[in-house]
Design a protein around this ligand. Structure first.
Ligand code: ZN
Length: 881
């Protein structure tokens, strides 16, 4: 803390950032991170020396650096030592009286992180080795070194790292020099980066195992060959699919060069798989970091491989969208994320042999978007981001998935050639700089000769999805009508849609197949269009399916005949996007209480095994389980559990032994068995089984499956702590330790669970050591995984402590804590759906919201979204269908 409150202000506003970038231009950073003592866990900090060379447009002006380290030891500005007590606070360092050309040198101590933000330190339980990696987006580089933390102040970074000479030491640039500093300690220098934003800088240190290969370059663009490396912890080496990962990386690099026609600008391409990672991955130029869960230590389904490849391609797309051309400020975060999400799926579909990329896009990514867009907290894709805290909250389903869905729609709207030409021009025009939305739109107008302002106003500056209804007229014509009110403004927004409408009828095998299809364009501003050329059969069953190939972003409403047909007969579609549209529509209807969870579960039990696409099959089963536990009235749960578990047990035997879908069935059964004593015997049997079991032929009981089952048996008190301890001792890996924590927290001993609740609430374990991000979430998961009433009993204490939680830890840890401890499932009160807003739980949430109107917007947002989820579940349970 300091005398000047501003120096403790961790919020950086857009206005401050704009003022700073008008004043300052940064030539370079020289960073030295001394990690030689990182293995000494008693040490909480490490020394950092930071030198910035920068110019100021106004001599005599003041500016500041952002820094959230442990201590600032010295600040020397243009050769003069400043009084640290006067200029350094907990979040900023003041630089007064600038010259035109400035050099500032800061010596400081920064924290090792346990939250996955900043420089994270992890100890491998297998061998005691210490691993470090950094994660900075949007604004955590300032936890490692003092800087001007805003994306538009790009600079060349000259990095030096010091650490044990047996370690991998890596950063964005290639290693250019390595010398022995003292015995066992090396000092490594890296090539200076091209102009880069602070959030994209990165550091990796530890005894990481390393694999190497090369990408051969690209003749058309003159791209030189690129060295490829993969890093993982030593104890994961045996699980790395080296050939697959390099193959996808090589295919991706070639594909993106074909698309963008701009040579890869970042020298090398490293991919590090790191522990306790908060996200899927991060696109640091030249050194991408990935969640280590992508190194599959248990049997992974093909859809998990597809999903990993999609992440690899997403990050690769960022080498252009985001890294080469960066958004000026976080308002335009979508300018990189939606493109990366769209091209990530497209690259997997076009450049690899993996199936299901667009199907997952349709029913996973877009489901995330529709959910986020249904909350009162929704916002336009182009958001108004006033400060860094708001920026952090914006990494959501709107920015990523809705943005990507809208880009997919735009791709079809302007056509592939114009779209790719616009990308290329954008990279050439703004290379190594920053851009804003109008810059991209202007280029699109140039290349497509279309007015993009109307499109942008309709799609990017409004909220909420449209609902597309199909009505069959007595003449046999079909009318498509869009219903679209912006939930934030209350105004009608009539967006353009380019879609396919199909009729599905029964074939000889009693399956619904597409029998006629029509391409339809709903122009901007139009409510409805009539589709003339569809053949509607007089007899039923038949389905009118709007948005068949999932080209637009809109919810779909079924007419009664279509609804009956899709819940009775399997839909067969070679591209599976029709199946995605059907099931995601049904699930949305369950959430909105316009279709009963009971009917959904019955339909899923009957039809799920007809879905070939592995990830969609998996998802429908998971939704069926959630339908029972969260949305169905309590009185029906027992029967529904019986219906679904019977279908799942049948699936275990009938689906191909050892197949992905059989595995999904086993997972769903395990989750269904949570708190369900009637399934304890089945779970015990599965756990004891092996690949020769008659109940589950071919099913591998590997670590993931074993712990999933153990956790359920723990929640049912069929096994005890001794058993769990023994299982962990037998194979004490980092992943198993997380499973173990979940299983232990699921044991229904009240005193023990309450003690764990307190640990999560305070963010520290019984010894007072801070819980890491992963350990915190694993424990909270176990607490919610048995005894539905347990979290509710502690709800008042949680509400009273929300501000404490928010202020006592990083946003990420606070969000994990609150979401982990928030009780989501409650019994409705009497009086039907209309009175559920008066449910005592909802009333206490509303009281909190009324009392804490000045709570940080990010915290309020979490509470409002959980409230919406709770009300939706109560209303669904209370609705008579
Ligand atoms: Zn991204």
């Amino acid at each position: 803390m300091s005398n000047t409150p501003l120096l403790d202000d961790a919020r950086l506003t857009r206005n401050e950032a704009n003022a700073r970038s008008e004043l300052i231009e940064i030539a370079s950073y020289h960073l030295e991170l001394d990690l030689r003592d990182a293995m000494d866990l008693e040490r909480a900090t490490y020394p950092v020396t930071t030198t910035l060379h920068f110019t100021s447009t106004t001599a005599g002006a003041d500016t500041f650096l952002n820094y959230m380290g442990h201590t600032v030891e010295s600040v020397v500005l243009n050769g003069e030592s400043l009084d640290v007590d006067q200029v350094a606070g907990s979040a900023r360092i003041l630089l007064p009286g600038l010259a035109e050309q400035n050099t500032v040198v800061i010596r400081s101590q920064s924290y090792y992180s346990h939250s996955g933000e900043g420089l994270h330190r992890f100890v491998d339980p297998v061998d005691g080795q210490v691993y470090l990696y950094s994660q900075f987006e949007p604004a955590d580089a300032r936890r490692v070194y003092p800087n001007m933390e805003q994306p538009d102040l790009k600079a060349a970074f000259h990095v030096t790292m010091i650490g044990p000479d047996t370690w991998t030491l890596a950063s964005n640039g290639v290693e250019t020099d390595r010398e022995q500093l003292t015995e066992g300690i090396a000092q490594v220098q890296f090539a200076p980066t091209k102009p880069t934003s602070t959030y994209l800088t990165t550091f990796l240190a530890g005894p990481y195992a390393q694999f190497a290969d090369t990408w051969n370059g690209h003749e058309e663009t003159g791209a030189a060959p690129v060295d490829l490396r993969i890093f993982t912890r030593q104890s994961l080496v045996e699980y790395v699919d080296v050939a697959e990962l390099f193959d996808q990386t090589q295919r991706g690099l070639t594909w993106f060069h074909d698309q963008f026609q701009v040579a890869y600008p970042w020298g090398k391409y490293d991919q590090a798989f790191v522990p306790e990672y908060n996200l899927g991955a991060m696109e640091n130029p030249g050194l991408v970091t990935f969640n280590e869960a992508y190194i599959f230590t248990s049997r992974a389904t093909i859809s998990q491989h597809t999903s990993r490849a999609t992440t690899i391609m997403h990050e690769m797309c960022h080498m252009w969208f985001g890294n080469l051309v960066t958004m000026k400020w976080w308002d335009d975060l979508w300018l990189k994320e939606s493109f990366a999400d769209f091209f990530g799926s497209k690259a997997v579909a076009d450049a690899t042999n993996l199936p299901g990329a667009w199907q997952s896009f349709a029913h996973q990514r877009k489901a995330w978007a529709y959910l986020q867009d249904s909350y009162p907290t929704t916002h336009p894709i182009v958001a108004d981001i006033v400060d860094l805290e708001a920026a952090r909250q914006n990494f959501d389903g709107i920015t990523y998935a809705k943005g990507a869905a809208v880009i997919k729609q735009l791709f079809h709207y302007v056509g592939e050639a114009a779209f790719l030409q616009a990308c290329q021009t954008y990279f050439e025009r703004f290379a190594f700089g920053t851009a804003e939305l109008p810059d991209f739109l202007e280029i699109l107008e140039e290349v497509s000769n279309r007015d993009m302002h109307e499109w942008s106003a309709a799609w990017l500056q409004t909220s909420g999805p449209a609902t597309l209804h199909a009505t069959v007229e007595p003449t046999g014509a079909v009318t498509i009508r869009q219903d679209s009110t912006d939930p934030l403004t209350g105004e009608t927004v009539l967006r353009p849609h380019h879609i396919f409408v199909s009729i599905f009828t029964l074939d000889d095998n009693d399956q619904l197949v597409s029998s006629s299809e029509s391409e339809v364009i709903i122009p901007t501003g139009e409510t409805s269009v009539i589709v003339e050329d569809l053949t509607i059969p007089a007899e039923q069953p038949r389905v009118v399916l709007v948005n068949h190939h999932d080209q637009t972003y809109a919810q779909v409403a079924f007419d009664q005949a279509s609804l009956e047909a899709v819940t009775t007969y399997p839909v067969i579609d070679p591209h599976s996007t029709a199946i995605a549209t059907v099931w995601s529509t049904l699930w949305t209807m369950v959430r909105n209480a316009t279709f009963s969870a009971t009917s959904f579960v019955r339909a899923a039990a009957k039809l799920a095994n007809s879905i070939d696409d592995v990830s969609m099959h998996d998802r429908v089963l998971q939704q069926a389980v959630a339908g029972i536990k969260e949305f169905a009235p309590e009185g029906q749960r027992k029967r529904l559990t019986k219906i679904l578990s019977t279908a799942l047990m049948d699936g275990l035997v009938q689906l191909e032994p050892g197949s992905d879908r059989q595995r999904s069935v086993a997972r769903a059964l395990a989750i269904l068995s949570q708190d369900t004593v009637s399934l304890a015997a089945e779970i015990t049997f599965l756990l004891a089984g092996d690949e020769t079991s008659e109940l589950s032929p071919g099913l591998q009981i590997d670590d993931e499956m074993k712990w999933l089952l153990l956790s359920r048996l723990a929640s049912l008190e069929r096994i005890d702590m001794i058993r769990l301890d023994d299982e962990l001792t037998a194979a004490h890996t980092a992943t198993n330790e997380l499973y173990y924590r979940t299983a232990v927290a699921a044991l229904p001993d009240q005193a023990h669970r309450t003690a764990l609740w307190v640990q999560v609430y305070n963010g520290v374990d019984a010894e007072g050591t801070p819980l890491s991000n992963a350990h915190l979430t694993a424990t909270a998961l176990g607490l919610s995984a048995s005894q539905p009433g347990f979290l509710a009993e502690h709800f008042q204490a949680l509400l009273e402590g929300l501000m404490f939680i928010w202020e006592s830890r990083s946003n990420n840890l606070a969000t994990r804590t609150i979401n982990g401890l928030f009780p989501m499932n409650h019994k409705p009160i009497k009086g039907g759906p209309a009175v559920q807003e008066k449910h005592p739980v909802v009333v206490s949430i509303d009281a909190w919201l009324a009392q804490y109107t000045d709570a940080p917007a990010a915290l309020q947002r979490i509470v409002v979204e959980r409230r919406t989820d709770i009300v939706n579940r109560l209303v669904a349970q209370a609705t008579k269908f």
